[in-house]
Design a protein around this ligand. Structure first.
Ligand code: DGL
Length: 350
């Protein structure tokens, strides 16, 4: 009889200890977007992003409370087409404090999808932790029929508590998929499966609340990054010029006249310029404005010294970065150097 009592007491203690084991501490930082959007009617495609607050988003997915010790904060509530340097700097600094000083085990950021890939890449280069940092959004507003936000938020928390996501850099979690910050790209204006991982594909996926990692990012990121925004309250000015047949040199000239620090070209093919634009680019480079050649092509590298003699003009080739991500890296590179060869090395590493 005594044995039975002992075994029962032991079993109860074990059960109690399992339930009392602390869940991972996850902070959800809300910035707005469609995931916080509201449409006039659930069937309407007309909606406004950034209407619903963080607590409403958390209350809509009570199941996340089983995964983690959840708390939230509202950084901004904007459509991500209005994302800007000020929010990026605030976000990076806040995440570093939460992860490195306040003991959080992971971060989820709710964000619009329009510029999610840019914010993800900026954070990939400025977060100083290997703990999971996961961005989630949605393509349908919060009150739409079959809204995709709640599932994306649940999956993002599942990824944030998963040890498998540690050291993977900043990830985006959309449509059951995990995509890394360098290669993630929004490919479709309205479809829920809009995010893709480019030629290297997705990093992993979430299934039944479990994160499955398929591959690790090849580039340097987070703790290995040389970029530090702690002491920065603004970023260098870098614009993007779109290339096309018979292109006008006026947009590039306007950036030069406005004394921008760098200009990225979304060039045709392998980062080529129309001759009038090329002329302005050479002058800009000679005035100390760093030119980076990227491409309007959705996939494929912009190769160094291929159709354009970069060494001769001191241009930088964006390699695997599309124009919007080349701009992010050039902004951060210019906080450390204006030397074109050192900047090219950053493009080879990150
Ligand atoms: N205004 C867009 C944004 O906030 C809506 C797109 C979305 O969040 O899915 O990025």
């Amino acid at each position: 009889m005594r044995h039975i009592k002992l075994i029962t007491a032991l079993a109860l203690t074990l059960c109690l200890s399992f339930t009392l084991v602390a869940k991972p501490k996850i902070r959800i930082i809300a910035t707005g977007g469609t995931i916080a959007g509201v449409s006039a009617t659930s069937a309407s495609s007309a909606y406004t992003a950034g209407q619903v607050g963080i607590q409403t988003l958390i209350d809509a997915v009570p199941q996340i409370l089983q995964l983690a010790d959840i708390s939230g904060e509202q950084l901004v509530n904007i459509g991500s087409q209005d994302m800007n340097d000020e929010v990026w700097l605030k976000l990076a600094k806040r995440i570093n404090v939460l992860l490195n000083e306040e003991g959080y085990d992971g971060i989820v950021i709710t964000h619009g999808t329009d510029t999610m890939e840019e914010t993800a890449y900026f954070l990939n280069l400025t977060v100083k932790s290997d703990k999971p940092v996961i961005l989630a959004g949605s393509m349908r507003p919060s009150n739409a029929i079959s809204a995709d936000g709640p599932a994306n938020l649940y999956n993002a928390v599942a990824a944030a508590v998963s040890p498998a996501c540690k050291g993977m850099g900043v990830l985006c979690c959309m449509n059951n998929q995990l995509l890394d910050a360098k290669t993630v790209i929004k490919t479709h204006t309205i479809d829920c499966d809009t995010f893709e991982g480019g030629p290297s594909g997705i990093i992993g996926y979430i299934y039944n609340g479990e994160a499955h990692i398929l591959q690790a990012p090849m580039n340097k990121h987070t703790k290995e990054s040389e970029f530090d925004v702690t002491k920065l309250d603004k970023l260098p000015k870098v614009g993007i010029v779109y290339g096309y047949a018979n292109a006008s040199p006026l947009p590039m000239q306007a950036f030069v006249d406005a004394k921008f620090d760098g200009i990225v070209l979304a060039g045709v093919g392998d980062g080529n310029f129309y001759k009038d634009v090329f002329e302005v680019a050479v002058k800009a480079q000679n005035q100390g404005i760093q030119i980076v050649r990227s491409s309007r092509c959705p996939t494929g590298p912009t190769c160094l010294n291929s159709e354009v003699d970069d060494a001769k003009y001191h241009f930088v080739a964006a390699l695997d970065l599309n124009p919007q991500k080349a701009r992010v890296l050039l902004m951060l590179a210019l906080t450390k150097t204006h030397n074109w060869q050192e900047i090219q090395e950053f493009f080879m590493k990150y």
